[in-house]
Design a protein around this ligand. Structure first.
Ligand SMILES: CC(C)(COP(=O)(O)OP(=O)(O)OC[C@H]1O[C@@H](n2cnc3c(N)ncnc32)[C@H](O)[C@@H]1OP(=O)(O)O)[C@@H](O)C(=O)NCCC(=O)NCCS
Length: 160
């Protein structure tokens, strides 16, 4: 199976990434990851906006904010026609490798309580629940907070 090309997002990607976020992640919620917000993140030194492409086709993307103690995954989505081909795992591995290279070993994220496939994905790649956040999504839906400690994983060996 061909592997996707992982690369930083370009200025012209912001429109498409905002549309993907609205369609695949923010379904039923007020749209907050607008084109201008994604473009601000793309230009901000604490954020990485990452894409996965097959040629000219954008198959997936992720946005992560890097802090001193932890990195926070803001968004992750893979187009339905490209799902279950390892792209989500590939994007997360790139982001995790970058975080640990920078000395940030704790990765945090939130996933909607109703998102069973998202939860199965994160569990498969080594994330564990650390909290339950009532009404986290615009007081409309609860979230599970998930974490992965990369220092711990590296000291005992990879799980993937
Ligand atoms: C969650 C998501 C990013 C996963 O991306 P993906 O590229 O399909 O995931 P991968 O192919 O890398 O999957 C890696 C492993 O995760 C698990 N997994 C992924 N999707 C799964 C699903 N729908 N059901 C159960 N397990 C799943 C599997 O163990 C899979 O390995 P396998 O295919 O060898 O069995 C993708 O389904 C998606 O974009 N969903 C909509 C948006 C979303 O929920 N984002 C996450 C919350 S913000």
């Amino acid at each position: 199976m061909p592997t996707s090309t992982i690369a930083l997002a370009r200025r012209q990607d912001a429109t498409l990434l905002a549309a993907m976020s609205r369609r695949l992640i923010e379904t039923g919620l007020e749209h907050q990851w607008t084109e201008s917000r994604i473009e601000r993140a793309r230009q901000h030194e604490d954020y990485v906006v990452l894409t996965a492409r097959f040629g000219a086709r954008l198959a997936g993307f992720a946005i992560m904010q890097y802090g001193d103690d932890a990195a926070h995954l803001n968004l992750l989505a893979v187009e339905p026609s490209y799902q279950r081909q390892g792209i989500g795992r590939q994007l997360m591995r790139w982001l995790e490798d970058t975080a640990s290279t920078a000395g940030t070993f704790r990765i945090r994220l939130e996933v909607r309580a109703s998102n069973q496939s998202g939860q199965a994905f994160y569990k498969a790649i080594g994330y564990q629940q650390s909290d339950w956040l009532r009404g986290y999504y615009q007081a409309h839906e609860d979230a599970l907070r998930l974490e992965r400690n990369l220092a711990l994983i590296r000291s005992v060996g990879p799980t993937e």
